[in-house]
Design a protein around this ligand. Structure first.
Ligand code: ADP
Ligand code: ASP
Ligand code: MG
Length: 396
């Protein structure tokens, strides 16, 4: 007997037929003897419709509390529909919305982007265990939370968070995200038709993909992905929870700090209007390619382009770049930095502001801090490398 958490996105419950198909897929697992928790999103674009209605009707003084209460109606409707459909198929079921005493997702009072209170949520989720052991399928609103006696939301697309959170707290065997594509593809199929399905993807890759714009899963959902819990994304079309999709493998990421073992150096070429000059970056990187030199980072500006490479390669690269500068009309001069330590940090919980403050407080001047939503790359003086790593480690 397995414990399964199945989450149905808006399209997967987009009309009566789809709700029935979704409920049948749950019934199939239920009658096999598995324990299933269902998490449902609002039907189709209901959340967008509610937001539009709200914004048209209320032009001032709308509070975040009212906003959360209004948008919550999408999920509150769909759990009722889903649970009643399950009952019509002979499955014992109850719906649980935030005004039910059994409601498990407890958050802070940041109404529209609420943070989970793990301790209280873990405690409340035991209610679901009791229901499961009684042979009842709980159907729970995705996206919503509760703070005191008020509804909160976890942010747009937050039903994915609900599913993984419940999966983790229940120690489920599997979390299944049912959506309108076959799984995770090589790109958004709405952008490129020929996108190919991936059999599996690691948590780290999935977080990076989601954080940088792929809608298929909420970027914070995998914060709650325990390595022992199987997770997959499948298409609602098959009406079968055992269907193939994309498996998401491995644990959630801790923040690993990695310092490159050798000193790194930066070479800067200076010129005018460089950002507008087509081909200059490829000329610069081709020089590295032709000489088998690895490029760590390239930083283009209007008046300069800086490349970061292994210090040991600089004796070869520097004169080649100097020749290039002499031959290239738009370029005037070239310089090289002192030895640098290259430190990279990965993880969704990075606090870049805290990192900059810590470095400044300790008189460490960064040559460059490059921040993306999932990674930070820092270059500091080689002699400050170890110290910088220790300071950052102590922030978390
Ligand atoms: P749901 O309502 O089920 O949560 P979403 O609309 O939030 O579904 O996410 C599914 C959508 O994500 C797909 O319809 C697809 O257009 C989009 N998407 C973006 N990038 C990818 C990708 N790499 N692989 C699969 N789907 C993607
Ligand atoms: N219904 C919510 C939204 O549209 C949550 C979700 O679909 O995950 O953002
Ligand atoms: Mg979604």
């Amino acid at each position: 007997m397995d414990i399964i958490v199945a989450k149905f996105g808006g399209t997967s419950v987009g009309n009566g037929e789809r709700i029935k198909k979704a409920a049948q897929s749950i019934a199939k697992e239920y009658f096999k003897g598995n324990q299933v928790v269902v998490v449902v999103s609002a039907v189709n674009k209901t959340t967008d419709d509610l937001i539009n209605l709200m914004n048209d009707a209320i032009t001032n003084n709308l509070t975040a509390k009212q906003h959360a209460e209004i948008v919550g109606m999408g999920e509150r409707t769909s759990v009722r529909l889903f649970s009643a459909t399950l009952e019509s198929l002979g499955v014992k079921s109850i719906f649980i919305d935030p005004y039910n005493d059994l409601w498990p997702i407890i958050t802070d009072s940041n109404y529209l982007e609420a943070k989970i209170n793990m301790e209280k949520t873990t405690e409340k989720i035991q209610n679901l265990k009791i229901l499961l052991n009684q042979g009842i399928v709980p159907v729970i609103c995705g996206f919503l939370g509760k703070s005191g006696d008020q509804i909160t939301t976890l942010g747009r697309g937050g039903s994915d968070i609900t599913a993984f959170l419940i999966g983790e707290c229940l120690n489920a065997n599997e979390v299944i995200i049912v959506t309108d594509v076959d799984g995770v593809l090589s790109t958004d199929p709405r952008k490129i038709n020929e996108a190919e399905l991936l059999e599996s993807i690691t948590v780290g890759e999935m977080v990076a993909l989601a954080t940088h714009g792929a809608q298929v899963l909420h970027p914070n959902a995998l914060d709650y992905k325990h390595p022992d819990i199987a997770a997959k994304i499948i298409n609602f079309n098959y009406g079968d929870l055992t269907s193939q999709g994309t498996y998401i493998t491995g644990p959630k990421e801790v923040i690993p700090i990695d310092m490159f073992k050798n000193p790194v150096t930066s070479i800067t070429v200076v010129g005018k209007g460089l950002l507008k000059e087509i081909g200059i970056i490829s000329s610069l990187t081709n020089i590295l390619l032709d000489n088998d030199i690895n490029l760590f980072k390239l930083n283009p500006h209007h008046n300069s382009i800086t490349i970061f490479i292994d210090k040991k390669d600089s004796a070869k690269a520097y004169p080649l770049y100097h020749d290039f500068v002499l031959k290239h009309e738009g370029l005037s001069s070239i310089s090289q930095s002192h030895d640098l330590a290259m430190i990279s940090l990965t993880g969704p919980e990075l606090d870049e502001l805290e990192i900059s403050k810590t470095l400044t407080k300790n008189n460490i001047e960064a040559e460059l801090i490059n921040i993306t939503k999932t990674e930070i790359l820092i270059f500091v003086d080689w002699n400050d490398g170890e110290k910088t790593c220790k300071l950052i480690e102590n922030i978390n």
